[in-house]
Design a protein around this ligand. Structure first.
Ligand code: BTN
Length: 263
């Protein structure tokens, strides 16, 4: 029995995990709530928390994420094995999973705006925030996704209406929230399973990421935190970096905030 366990244990470790789906009508932030659950738990957490609305939804760089009733807001916990070296790639995989889930329920050309947004018809429809929680030696990624589904055009704040949209505002069908969350999380679990089976070789996903890359061909300025890099986007690298043609030659950006420059 011992040797059977030794043979099969790693295999089970890689299987898409069992998930508990939790719904709350309103929370501050599903990411913050789930991170608190992870911190308080002695065992690995694989729960998915969805909220009908968030009073303190958060985006990258601690920006507020507008989260009224009528959107789909959820966070999923991923216990990490410790071998993962490219956590930023989880955000891109989440983008792929959400694009695929949306496409299967409400067909439209969904595009990934590197590193963490989904666009449709040139406007943001979804934002993704991946955060890490470490408890002792245990590391867990919490992936938070916010999709604007049922908001009417007149419910989108005027200050955001030039950059943000919703499925309804685009004349698209708003899917059942539970079905959307379950489909997206299941797809993401399978991507993570595949990535682990490929020993973390992200290159296998590059083709689909590039087929969905919103920024390719666009002139942009990327604020990396330490500098601003301007250039034309040539695609997403096999490791998930943003590739640019700049006046100084080619550049690859690991993380940053991208602004389109309209010339
Ligand atoms: C961004 O636009 O920069 C990322 C937005 C991420 C929003 C989602 S909604 C569910 C989860 N809870 C949060 O507070 N943020 C994420």
């Amino acid at each position: 029995m011992r040797s059977r366990g030794a043979v099969f244990a790693p295999f089970f470790h890689f299987l898409p995990m069992k998930r508990e789906f939790i719904y709350r009508a309103e929370v501050g932030s599903t990411n913050s709530e789930l991170k608190a659950v992870v911190r308080a738990s002695a065992a690995p957490v694989t729960a998915v928390l969805r909220a009908g609305a968030q009073s303190g939804g958060r985006g990258r760089q601690n920006k507020a994420f507008y989260s009224p009733a009528g959107g789909v807001y959820f966070s999923a916990a991923f216990p990490l094995s410790g071998d993962e070296t490219n956590i930023a790639f989880l955000t891109l995989l989440s983008g792929l999973a959400v694009c695929r889930a949306l496409e299967s329920m409400s067909p439209a050309p969904y595009r990934i705006k590197w590193p963490n947004d989904i666009y449709v018809n040139g406007k943001k429809i979804c934002g993704i925030l991946t955060e890490l929680v470490s408890v002792g030696t245990r590391l867990t990624a919490v992936v938070g996704v916010g999709v604007n589904t049922r908001l009417e055009q007149n419910e989108i704040p005027p200050a955001l209406s030039s950059v943000m949209t919703s499925l309804k505002a685009e004349g698209l069908r708003a899917p059942d929230p539970d079905a959307l969350v379950k489909t997206a999380v299941s797809l993401l679990d399978h991507y993570v399973y595949d990535l682990r089976a490929l020993s973390g070789n992200t290159a296998a996903f590059a083709k689909e990421l590039n087929a969905r890359a919103y920024l390719t061909g666009k002139t942009v300025a990327v604020d990396t935190g330490s500098e601003t890099v301007a250039g034309t986007v040539t695609g997403i690298s096999p490791a998930g970096l943003l590739m640019l043609d700049t006046a100084q030659g080619s550049a690859e950006i690991l993380s940053g905030t991208v602004t389109e420059i309209h010339i």
